[in-house]
Design a protein around this ligand. Structure first.
Ligand SMILES: Nc1ncnc2c1ncn2[C@@H]1O[C@H](COP(=O)(O)OP(=O)(O)OP(=O)(O)O)[C@@H](O)[C@H]1O
Length: 264
């Protein structure tokens, strides 16, 4: 069964607007956003630079409070950060004085889990991100892609209900980026994770998401939501065949047209 046919609501954004600052110096970043994120979905958000994508993610994470409207998670209003909503940023935020093992263990330790369980969780997720064998390394000894994989393992080790990713692969070279896309797609599929993922890259969105949300220029509003299935097709056929199919180009062109119409 695809994630689309299994609709159990996890996050509900209701008529949300966000204004930074006050009076003449204020910036309206988001306007009237309504969106439902269902369990097991992989949602990618696209839009022109400065349209409010990161602001939207921060509101869902609970880092920023909307000026109007609200964000609900399983019916309860989000009123601050919480490990149920794990966040992965473009630059991995790891503790440089800790080893890879210690970084991944951090969340489960904070939750006072038994030692054996912490070790089990750590080993499981380091294996998921193909970093078994690097546990004793310090993070400064790793490449950019490896650091980002540690950051993903560290978030997943908390078993969050949703993983919020803000251009997580934006700073990586093209090959590492493709590997990371394959990795996150596999993690999503294997663990039935819910992922909310911001990107500038239309191909990245189409190759990962079940739904692609396209936003307007600032103040960010949702212009259109595309239901797509290329990510599932990749499991069956392989990346290249999907990219070169007609449906793919049709959706890609429509999204590009919308984004271009929003750039002055
Ligand atoms: N803390 C803040 N204080 C004031 N204005 C802010 C703040 N954070 C963001 N903004 C403004 O809000 C608008 C949306 O910013 P945001 O970073 O959410 O957009 P974005 O779509 O993620 O941008 P990009 O694609 O360039 O990363 C921009 O005009 C930005 O300058």
């Amino acid at each position: 069964m695809s994630a689309q046919s299994n609709k159990e609501s996890l996050i509900k954004i209701e008529n949300m607007s966000l204004e930074y600052g006050e009076s003449i110096n204020s910036t309206l970043a988001l306007k009237n956003i309504s969106l439902e994120i269902n369990k097991g979905e992989f949602i990618c958000v696209l839009g022109p630079s400065g349209c409010g994508k990161s602001s939207l993610l921060k509101c869902i994470a609970g880092y920023v409070k909307p000026t109007a409207g609200r964000v609900l998670m399983q019916g309860k209003e989000v009123d601050g950060p919480d490990w149920h909503r794990g966040v992965v940023f473009q630059s991995p935020t790891l503790y440089p004085w800790m080893t890879v093992n210690e970084n991944v263990e951090f969340g489960p330790k904070m939750r006072d889990l038994p030692k054996a369980e912490i070790k089990e969780i750590r080993d499981f997720f380091l294996d998921e991100v193909n970093l078994s064998g690097f546990g004793e390394n310090y993070t400064f000894e790793l490449s950019g892609g490896m650091k980002q994989r540690v950051a993903i393992a560290r978030v997943l080790a908390n078993y969050p209900q949703v993983v919020l990713m803000d251009e997580p692969f934006g700073a990586l070279d093209a090959l590492t980026r493709e590997n990371m896309q394959n990795l996150i797609r596999n993690i999503w599929k294997e663990n039935n994770t819910t992922i909310f993922f911001i990107t500038h890259d239309v191909d990245e969105a189409l190759l990962l998401a079940n739904r692609v949300v396209v936003m307007s220029k600032q103040p960010g509003e949702i212009i259109k939501i595309f239901n797509v299935d290329f990510t599932n097709q990749i499991f069956e056929k392989g990346t290249k065949e999907v990219i070169y199919n007609e449906d793919y180009f049709e959706v890609k062109n429509e999204i590009m047209d919308i984004i271009h119409s929003q750039i002055d």
